[in-house]
Design a protein around this ligand. Structure first.
Ligand code: PEP
Ligand code: MG
Length: 292
């Protein structure tokens, strides 16, 4: 079976009817890139940047971050790398952020909420990403979005960063902007969000948690935490439709993207991209090539 999968390396990820599904990888550190390349993935659909901020006592500097993003982007040699900005808070805490203790951290001060509240932290990361974008193909996406106002604010800050880089004669590439769709609010206003961005990436881990009101970390609820719930599937369907109606592309980067019982269904829904752990790449390519 392993040998059979190896024979899929180098083959395009197209359905029987000829639709190319972009098959990307999720990574959480620079070291993971070897596995991405080894498994012949077509890009990185989710680079979780939290590791840069965790397990230390101070904010990572622009230079530190730049080196990491640059290394990953360079190693990917022109293939797309989608970097997700900081998604700290909830289950991932760092003391130096000095986030007051919360009753309900999954619904608390986290991710983009922190970034918009502390623009200097956000801008440091964006500058590092934009500088690194000169070395290949980079995109950036933002977690936990719930409103158009957030996206507009983000775009203003991105423009500031680009202007500062231009003024300093620092080169950067064409960077696609996307958002994670992982709250029911984002799904319900997906038609309003889509015109603002180049792409959506559905975070099914959080989307399932918030749709079903079930803590994704609470193992005693595992038997009812059901990402196949019709409510979750309808959210995904709606998100894809709204993206396409407004010229954005739409992928899935939550765990569900690798659920091969649903691959056909996602393709029927019109999904453009699936981003999964590198180890599932070849098996998923096989599944997609067998689908109508
Ligand atoms: C998700 O929520 O589905 C996701 C991909 O992000 P994370 O698992 O990092 O919250
Ligand atoms: Mg998430």
């Amino acid at each position: 079976r392993k040998l059979l999968l190896q024979s899929l390396k180098g083959l395009p990820t197209v359905t029987k009817s000829g639709k190319h599904i972009h098959l990307y990888s999720n990574i959480g550190s620079e070291e993971d890139v070897d596995s991405v390349l080894e498994n012949d993935s077509e890009g990185i659909g989710l680079f979780r940047s939290e590791f840069l901020y965790l397990g230390r006592d101070t904010y990572p500097t622009e230079e530190e971050q730049f080196q990491v993003y640059k290394n990953v982007i360079s190693k990917m040699n022109g293939k797309k790398v989608i970097i997700r900005t900081l998604d700290i808070g909830a289950d991932k805490q760092a003391d130096y952020f000095q986030i007051p203790k919360e009753e309900n951290p999954a619904m608390g001060f986290r991710a983009i909420r922190i970034c918009l509240h502390r623009p200097e932290v956000f801008k440091t990361q964006l500058r590092a990403i934009y500088r690194a974008s000169a070395y290949g193909t980079a995109s950036v996406m933002f977690p936990m979005i719930i409103s158009v106002a957030e996206v507009k604010k983000i775009k203003e800050i991105v423009e500031e960063v680009k202007n500062e880089l231009r003024q300093a004669d620092i080169p950067f590439g064409d960077v696609e902007l996307g958002i994670m769709v992982e709250t029911p609010a984002a799904v319900m206003i997906a038609d309003m969000l889509a015109p603002e961005v180049d792409f959506f990436s559905i975070g099914t881990n959080d989307l399932t948690q918030y749709t079903l009101a079930i803590d994704r970390q609470n193992q005693s609820l595992d038997d009812i935490y059901d990402p196949h719930h019709e409510a979750v599937l309808r959210m995904i369907q709606r998100t894809i439709e709204c993206a396409h109606a407004h010229g954005a592309w739409c992928g899935i980067c939550g765990e569900l993207g690798a659920d091969m019982e649903l691959t056909r269904r996602f393709i029927q829904m019109g999904i453009d991209e699936l981003s999964v752990s590198p180890v599932f790449t070849l098996e998923l390519r096989k599944k997609i090539r067998e689908a109508e």
